[in-house]
Structures are given as structure tokens and as C-alpha cells.
Design a protein around this ligand. Structure first.
Ligand SMILES: Cc1cc2nc3c(=O)[nH]c(=O)nc-3n(C[C@H](O)[C@H](O)[C@H](O)COP(=O)(O)OP(=O)(O)OC[C@H]3O[C@@H](n4cnc5c(N)ncnc54)[C@H](O)[C@@H]3O)c2cc1C
Length: 416
């Protein structure tokens, strides 16, 4: 079913009685050419691009809950490509370009809103670091603008500019950055993949792997064994738990990241704003709620809920940046499970086991990567070679030392 204004009018005239489900809820078959484990944004995008770009349609996406029940449906929906390092910037800029054409490609309203992402700076040293990052972005074909304090004040008059500890001196703005509707991204990719023959199988947890020596030949699931030519893991915060079922120990730790949404208010923040003196980012949803978050909880966990010290930390940062939000009531908060890699950058690669491929290590920035991650993982699965923009995301970089440490924090995953 193609969506259009005409289709909308036709359905309205018929009393909206004959809309079809957006994707098929399939029963597992005995064997697939490719099985993707994980029905988040990355798994579904991979299946969509396998079918649409590579003609590989005998594909199943296995999801232990419902699609989008993981981080894909829990994130703060920020999209951007404001990276410094050559291993990262071309990949995220490719993702940005895919976001820009996504709604037309999927024929689905993913509510991509390029309302701008502004990173504030609070010292001369931070300004210099941001100028360097902006230059790297422009060299890679992305957009970046340095704003002084007056320009920021015109955009966001309610910030606390003259804060004695963290005065706002300016910001690095990426106008093409912004937000997209996370659920719609999941549903749009699911619909596109399902239309092209991909089986989307929910309530199907992978509990083990079938192998023939060092070759993976299928998976064990809560709905029986399923054979596969290739298996791709896209399970985000559960990566280490699922990989260990195949005997692999990954350079990944899982941590909780929380997010918060306030009651709805009138327009207050036009774009996405990040505080440079703490970890706090905020945007306003179309319904008016302020959507914000901060750092991950500092200990390892597989629970999808966080703890109160981080709630306090996030609220303190928010109050330092915009004291006016202290009057707001919080509507909801929740947590998701982050796959924090040792250098803060992702992995899209073969594993040491034949037939098993890995897409992981997205930390708390994988939503914006969804289109490029799917695109590059599909490329790897279909052609057995890395896509050029993801060529640095190798699993063996932790052995060879070719790290992509954007923040320069070293091998401390909770600091990335
Ligand atoms: C609070 C929060 C805020 C965030 N904000 C942003 C942001 O603003 N911008 C940004 O770019 N990123 C953000 N992120 C990060 C982003 O959401 C993730 O990096 C990204 O969604 C991960 O990829 P995914 O969508 O495929 O993961 P998920 O949606 O987590 O998909 C993995 C799926 O695998 C399934 N699974 C796990 N184990 C198994 C198994 N054994 N068998 C079958 N299925 C299994 C899970 O149920 C899950 O559905 C945020 C995350 C959180 C939690």
C-alpha cells in the first residue's frame, strides 16, 4: 500500500476501514539466507537495505520482544554528523544524507526535522576544540557554523549566559542536524523490508547458535531452531550477552542511559541544545514536552531502568543551563541499555566465526547512525567486504591499536 495524499483522502471517504497492517508478522521458516538478530532500528534497516539494494530477500529479523522495544524506541531522537575523526565523520555524514532522503525512500513519514543541533562552549579552550571539529566536519562535506554569544542569545534568550562558573561564550551549530521520530523510523524500515519479502518475527529470542566447527549455520530460538547462511547480530545493549552464546567475548560493556520528558509547554527550545560544561542535551517535541538526558549511569547493568543519582545529575546540569525549567513538572523518565565500546566508536565487521557478523558498540549515539549502519551492515553481509565509510569499524582495532577515540578518554567505556 503506497501512502500519499490521494490515498489518505480515499481511505477517509471509505471511513478508514481498509487500512492494512504496516508489516507482516511472520512465522519462522526452516532456513534463511540471512538472519538478523535484533529488531531495533539497525536490524530492520539492515534487512531493508539487504532487500532493496542487494536483492537479498530471503531474510528474517528475529526480535525477542516487539520491534522497537529496545533503544530504538527509548532514545531522545537526535540526529547529527558533528564528529571530528576521519574514521567517524564520513560515516555519520553519510547517515545524515540518508536521513535527508529517508521519507521519500521509505514512503513513510519518519518526521525528520532538521531544526539544528547547537553545542555550547564555555571557555576559550573549548571554543578552539569546537572550531577544530567544525573544520573537520566541513572538510568531510558536512555543515558547521561557529556562533558567538550574541548569536546564541538571539536563538535561545532563556539560557543562563552569565553563569559565574559556566558562562556561555558561543556554540558550534550544525543546522542540518535535528530530530526524527524514533518509532516511525522502526515502523518505516519494517514496512519497507516486509514489503520486499523479509520475515519480521517478534517474540523470538535467540538463545544459542548452531555451528559446524568454526562456522555458524543457524540459531536456536524460543520458537525453535532456524538455519541460516549468515547471521548478523544487531542487538545493541545485549551484544555481549548474545555474543557469549557463540563463545565470543566482546570489547563492550553495557550501561543504562536515562531520558526524561516534561509536561508540554509553549515553544521554548527551537532546536537541539547541548551543555558543554556538563552532560546535558535538550530539545522540544512537537507535542511541547521538553525531551532531555545526560550521562549514562556509571556502573554496568543489563537493566532497562536507571537510578536516582543520575536523575539528580541531569537535573543539576539542566538547571545550570536553563534555570527556567526548574518550574516544570516531569512527565516520564525511562532507561535503555547502551553497548559502550572501549573507544566509544562502533563495530561493523565479521567476527572470528565464519558466517557470524557483528553490528555493535553504538554507545548512546546509535539512533542517528541507523540509516548508515543498516546500509553498511547490509553491504558487509551481501558482499563480504566493508563499506568504505565503515571500513574503520573493525573488531580487531582493539588488538591492533587503531582506535577511534573521539573524546580522547582511553579504554574507559563509561566515559565515552
Ligand atoms: C535514553 C536514550 C537516549 C538516546 N538518545 C540518542 C540520541 O538522541 N541520538 C542517538 O543517535 N542515539 C541515542 N541513543 C542511542 C540509540 O538509541 C541506540 O544506539 C540505537 O537505538 C541502537 O541500535 P538499535 O536501534 O538497533 O537498538 P535496539 O532498539 O536496542 O535493538 C536491539 C534489539 O535486539 C533485541 N534483542 C536483544 N537480545 C536479543 C536476542 N537474544 N534475540 C532476539 N532479539 C534480541 C532487543 O529486544 C532490541 O529490540 C539513546 C539511547 C537511549 C537509551
Amino acid at each position: 500500500m503506497r501512502y500519499s495524499l490521494l490515498a489518505l483522502a480515499r481511505h477517509a471517504l471509505r471511513g478508514n476501514r481498509d487500512w492494512q497492517p504496516v508489516w507482516r508478522d511472520a512465522e519462522p521458516r526452516k532456513h534463511y539466507d540471512v538472519i538478523i538478530v535484533g529488531g531495533g532500528g539497525h536490524g530492520l534497516a539492515t534487512a531493508y537495505y539487504l532487500a532493496s539494494r542487494h536483492g537479498v530477500r530471503n531474510v528474517a529479523v528475529l526480535e525477542k520482544g516487539w520491534i522497537g522495544s529496545g533503544n530504538a524506541g527509548r532514545n531522545t531522537t537526535i540526529i547529527r554528523s558533528n564528529y571530528l575523526l576521519p574514521g567517524n565523520e564520513p560515516f555519520y555524514e553519510w547517515s545524515m544524507k540518508l536521513w535527508e532522503g529517508l521519507e521519500q525512500d521509505l514512503n513513510y513519514n519518519t518526521m525528520v526535522s532538521q531544526r539544528g543541533v547547537l553545542n555550547l562552549y564555555h571557555s576559550d579552550a573549548q571554543r578552539d576544540a569546537f572550531a577544530r571539529r567544525g573544520n573537520a566536519m566541513r572538510l568531510a562535506g558536512a555543515d558547521a557554523e561557529m556562533l558567538d554569544a550574541d548569536a546564541v542569545r538571539r536563538m535561545l534568550p532563556l539560557l543562563d549566559f552569565d553563569n559565574a562558573r559556566f558562562p556561555i561564550l558561543g556554540g558550534l551549530l550544525q543546522r542540518r542536524g535535528g530530530t526524527a521520530r524514533h518509532d516511525a523510523v522502526v515502523w518505516g524500515y519494517a514496512r519497507g523490508a516486509s514489503d520486499r519479502g523479509v520475515d519480521i518475527i517478534q517474540n523470538c529470542e535467540v538463545t544459542g547458535f548452531q555451528r559446524d566447527g568454526d562456522r555458524i549455520t543457524g540459531v536456536e530460538t524460543t520458537r525453535g531452531a532456524i538455519g541460516a547462511g549468515k547471521v548478523g547480530l544487531a542487538v545493541a545493549g545485549s551484544s555481549s550477552r548474545v555474543a557469549v552464546l557463540a563463545g565470543l567475548r566482546l570489547p563492550i560493556e553495557s550501561h543504562v542511559l536515562q531520558a526524561f520528558v516534561s509536561e508540554a509547554i509553549k515553544p521554548f527550545v527551537d532546536g537541539v541544545v547541548t551543555f558543554g560544561a556538563g552532560h546535558f542535551y535538550i530539545s522540544q517535541s512537537d507535542k511541547g514536552g521538553l525531551v532531555f538526558g545526560g550521562d549514562i549511569d556509571g556502573y554496568n547493568s543489563y537493566a532497562q531502568r536507571g537510578n536516582l543519582p543520575m536523575v539528580e545529575d541531569v537535573c543539576e546540569s539542566g538547571m545550570a543551563l536553563m534555570p527556567a525549567i526548574g518550574r516544570l513538572r516531569l512527565l516520564r523518565s525511562w532507561g535503555g541499555l547502551m553497548d559502550m565500546s572501549m573507544d566509544g566508536s562502533p563495530i561493523i565487521d565479521h567476527t572470528p566465526l565464519d558466517g557470524l557478523y557483528l553490528n555493535a558498540g553504538w554507545c548512546y549515539g546509535g539512533f542517528k547512525a541507523t540509516p548508515a549502519s543498516g546500509w553498511c551492515f547490509a553491504h558487509l553481509l551481501a558482499r563480504d567486504e566493508p563499506h568504505p565509510v565503515a571500513a574503520s569499524y573493525r573488531l580487531d582495532r582493539f588488538e591492533t591499536g587503531h582506535l577511534i577515540d573521539e573524546k580522547g578518554q582511553g579504554a574507559q567505556p563509561n566515559l565515552h
